[in-house]
Design a protein around this ligand. Structure first.
Ligand code: C5P
Length: 232
């Protein structure tokens, strides 16, 4: 089922039991799901297949970053799980992005392929530490252009950079934005945070939301609240 909601719920839970406790209260029409490194490492591909067979669009967020052949093969395996979206690090470079694109285009089922530009947990000081030139938004723009050049379907970026990217990239380019918080939420380890309303107004295609929903007293109510804010 294709969800009308722009919310991608980050299932950052360590056990399958906790995941099903949450999923059993949701419907595929209310959100898409993101399986990241913690859950995938704990529960593996069988959980992903079960979520897909329940009718959810699943974003397999393993942020591949390796030599081109390895990333291409990993993308192929992800596609075979039936997921809706996979991601790679744009900083893996052109050859890696091209190899991932080709691997998915050659398969029978091609999930959306998106690239991480800059993690939303990183700030200008972190860029200096790792030796990347420019302000965060320069880096994001550079890597987003690289991803678009390599025919990827979109990028993950902070909602703070969405307006800039919308103005310079094709209208169909998908912008997936984590770091979403309500003014009353804790920012946790996110640095460049934005409210759901502001992210949608700026032109985000999908909002990745984790702890503000999964750690709330009633996750279903929190999800409904986020969905209503997105429609405002
Ligand atoms: O709990 P929270 O809403 O911060 O979760 C955000 C999710 O988005 C996490 O699963 C994190 O791995 C992911 N993510 C991110 N920043 C990126 C890419 C993915 O926070 N640039």
């Amino acid at each position: 089922m294709v969800s009308a909601s722009p919310i991608i719920l980050a299932l950052d839970r360590p056990t399958e039991a906790e995941v099903w406790d949450l999923i059993d209260r949701l419907e595929p029409s209310q959100c898409r799901l993101k399986v990241g490194k913690e859950l995938f490492t704990a529960c593996g591909p069988s959980l992903v297949r079960r979520l897909v067979s329940r009718g959810y669009d699943v974003f397999l967020d393993l942020k591949y970053h390796d030599i081109p052949h390895t990333v291409a093969q990993a993308c192929r395996q992800a596609a075979d799980l039936g997921v809706w979206m996979v991601d790679v690090h744009a900083s893996g470079g052109r050859a890696m992005l091209d190899a991932a694109r080709r691997a998915l285009d050659e398969g029978p089922h091609s999930p959306l392929l998106i690239a991480i530009t800059l993690l939303t947990s990183l700030c200008a000081e972190d860029l200096q530490d790792i030796g990347w030139q420019g302000e965060p938004q320069d880096v994001v723009l550079r890597l987003a252009h690289l991803a678009a050049d390599c025919d990827l379907d979109g990028v993950v970026c902070s909602a703070q950079e969405v307006a800039l990217l919308r103005a310079r990239l094709p209208a169909t380019f998908c912008l997936v934005t984590p770091g979403i918080r309500l003014p009353t939420d804790q920012s946790d380890d996110q640095q460049r945070i934005v409210t759901p309303q502001a992210a949608m107004a700026a032109g985000s295609s999908y909002l990745v939301v984790g702890r503000p929903i999964t750690r709330s007293k009633d996750p279903l109510v929190a999800l409904q609240h986020f969905n209503s804010l997105c429609r405002q």
